[in-house]
Design a protein around this ligand. Structure first.
Ligand code: MEV
Length: 317
């Protein structure tokens, strides 16, 4: 049997992170320059049912059954087998690689789950539809951080820019005028669970105040959708500034992220904000036509450990 390979992209949240957990709308897009990949090969000499996993990026080499039940890789494999109603797997080897930085707000966890669900279901000759693949990744996200909104698994599975409201059908964004972001990595790793947990504590202490902020972020996401769909991405800059200010207010920015935002604006970005859970990880800057390289250089000069220039366009798969 030939090896089966499946992959999934990273993602950025353009508007609405955190507020989306509290049912406000958010906008996200795939980042195709980075990907998680799962390669499955049959092991004709292995014991029936034995699944060996290799994830060199995190130094993992283990039999599936020896991993803790809540380990995200084991959880993704088992959730996929459950959905397929498969109890006996032919002995196989699964190699997982990823160019998406971990705990950096680019959706690495969800992308690995999606690649695994796609790879395993294809390997067993029963490819799963996107809706189920996304639901599997969501199940695993719940282990990563108890209250995921579902935006990461959704945008990573469907591979196109989306307007997302928790629990509602996915809405693909119309993007008549593509636009460019520069992603800058602060180099600080911060699991989403920590930022989401901190925000929840503060929300519990001041529900009224936090609901007001989340509502305002939701309005920003709605205005951003209108600007994007009307082909006026240049109008996103001010909305990004307002969104970043609210993220600072709820305590998920950091000195490094704020420094990168200022550096991007000084280099001509039309807008900039942190992206994802925050407290570390990545920020994004909206680049004017032809301005991406200059902003990327400025971000590196200001300490970004990695930059990616990516385009948001109608259909990115
Ligand atoms: C993480 O990519 C985005 C957050 O809003 C968490 C979530 O939506 O589950 C911070």
């Amino acid at each position: 049997m030939p090896a089966i390979s499946a992959s999934a992209p990273g993602k950025i949240i353009l508007f609405g992170e955190h507020a989306v957990v509290y049912s406000q709308p958010a906008i996200a897009a795939p980042v195709l320059q980075v990907r998680a990949k799962a390669i499955l090969t049959a092991d004709p000499r292995g014991k029936p049912g034995s699944v060996s996993l290799q994830a060199p990026g995190i130094g993992l080499e283990a039999e599936l059954q020896t991993l803790p039940q809540r380990h995200p890789l084991r959880a993704a494999v088992e959730a996929t087998l459950r959905r397929l109603d498969v109890t006996h797997v032919p002995a196989c080897n699964i190699r997982i690689t990823s160019t998406i930085p971990v705990a950096a707000g680019l959706g690495s966890g969800a992308a690995v789950s999606v690649a695994l669900a796609r790879g395993i279901s294809a390997f067993l000759g029963k490819p799963l539809p996107d809706e189920i693949v996304s639901a599997i990744a969501y199940e695993v996200e719940e282990i990563h951080h108890g209250t995921p909104s579902g935006i990461d698994n959704t945008v990573i599975t469907c591979g196109m820019p989306v307007f997302f409201v928790r629990g509602e059908p996915i809405e693909q964004l119309r993007v008549p005028e593509p636009f460019t972001y520069v992603i800058g990595d602060s180099g600080v790793r911060s699991p989403t669970a920590i930022a989401v947990g901190d925000v929840r504590q503060r929300w519990e202490a001041d529900r009224l105040g936090y609901e007001r902020i989340f509502g305002a972020i939701g309005e920003i996401a709605r205005s951003a959708r209108a600007a994007i769909e009307q082909g006026k991405p240049q109008e996103l800059g001010g909305l990004m500034a307002a969104n970043h200010a609210y993220l600072q207010q709820i305590g998920v920015s950091s000195a490094q992220l704020d420094g990168l935002v200022v550096a991007a604006l000084n280099a001509g970005a039309q807008g900039a904000k942190l992206c994802g859970g925050g407290l570390g990880g990545n920020m994004i800057a909206l680049a004017p036509a032809g301005g991406g390289a200059k902003i990327a250089q400025a971000l590196q000069d200001a300490g970004a450990t990695r930059t990616i220039i990516t385009e948001v366009k109608q259909r990115s798969t």
